[in-house]
Design a protein around this ligand. Structure first.
Ligand code: SAH
Length: 264
């Protein structure tokens, strides 16, 4: 870590994309190159940080199996404290900082402490992970809108009703655990049980896997596949287009059709 000068500290909040190093933007790479400290999340690309941020101290503030994540307030205190010491702090987050990522809170923490802060947008998993499975979120004549929603907590009836009434594609982040209440709720509010649904786990990571099913069969399919977080769930007719130009996704769709025919 280079010697810091108090007063020159700053924070760059960097969207690291869905986990593949080559989905970092050039701006993200440049911020990392000049970082004194990198505070990184588990879902951000971090395997090669030693090379990308050669001068920096690397601090893992994310959750790993068997370890707890630092609470949000402690991450913010650490980030602000290091910047007040004069460091260039890169806060490296998964996807885009402003998509269900608490980036807004971190910017406010910097502003409250009078620290200059810049936000570098990232490739959000909400769009990129479906695309890794060959699923376009919009497609002319099939869907002309998509809604991104957090499945962190179960949705209330009013939100479920709005969501079911919107039409278009529904994308859920952090939704593996709430899948039962979500799918039952959407069917209760009028979406057809045979509406296609895909669970895309570990996008752009070793072991990326897509499970194609439908609203009515999703809970059983997720249990059968032992689907786990991190995963992006896509609901809508666009899931049926997954074979477009993607041989792996085509195989997934064919397999799902075979399973369906076999009554599994
Ligand atoms: N700000 C992030 C989202 C943070 S919420 C973004 O824009 O992507 C964390 C959730 O994102 C995870 O629970 C999962 O639903 C999704 N996610 C992020 N990276 C993922 C990946 N590589 N594969 C599958 N899901 C991912």
């Amino acid at each position: 870590m280079t010697r810091a000068r108090a007063g020159s500290g700053r924070v760059t909040l960097v969207g690291g994309g869905p986990g593949a190093e080559d989905l970092l933007t050039l701006r993200a790479v440049r911020a990392l190159e000049s970082a004194d400290v990198v505070l990184y999340d588990r879902l951000a690309p971090h395997a090669t940080l030693g090379t990308l941020a050669p001068r920096a101290r690397l601090v893992d503030v994310g959750k790993r199996p068997g370890h707890h994540a630092l609470p949000q307030s402690e991450i913010e205190a650490l980030m602000v404290g290091l910047a007040l010491e004069g460091r260039h702090v890169v806060r490296l987050k998964g996807g885009d900082p402003y998509v269900l990522g608490r980036g807004g809170e971190e910017v406010l923490a910097c502003r409250r402490a009078g620290i200059p802060v810049e936000v570098v947008p990232g490739v959000t998993s909400a769009v990129a992970v479906p695309s890794a499975a060959g699923i376009p979120l919009t497609h002319r004549g099939v869907s002309h809108l998509f809604t991104v929603i957090s499945g962190h907590a179960p949705l209330d009836e009013e939100t479920l009703g709005h969501l079911a009434g919107l039409g278009g594609t529904i994308v859920i982040l952090m939704g593996v655990n709430t899948l039962p209440s979500l799918t039952a709720g959407l069917v209760r509010h009028g979406l057809p049980a045979d509406l296609p649904l895909a669970i895309v786990e570990r996008g752009f990571q070793p072991g990326q896997r897509t499970t194609v099913t439908d609203l009515g069969g999703a809970v059983a399919a997720a249990a059968r596949a032992r689907a786990v977080s991190p995963a992006v769930i896509v609901i809508g007719e666009v899931v049926g287009l997954a074979h477009d130009g993607d041989p792996d996704a085509r195989a997934v769709v064919d397999r799902a059709a075979e399973l369906g025919a076999a009554g599994a």
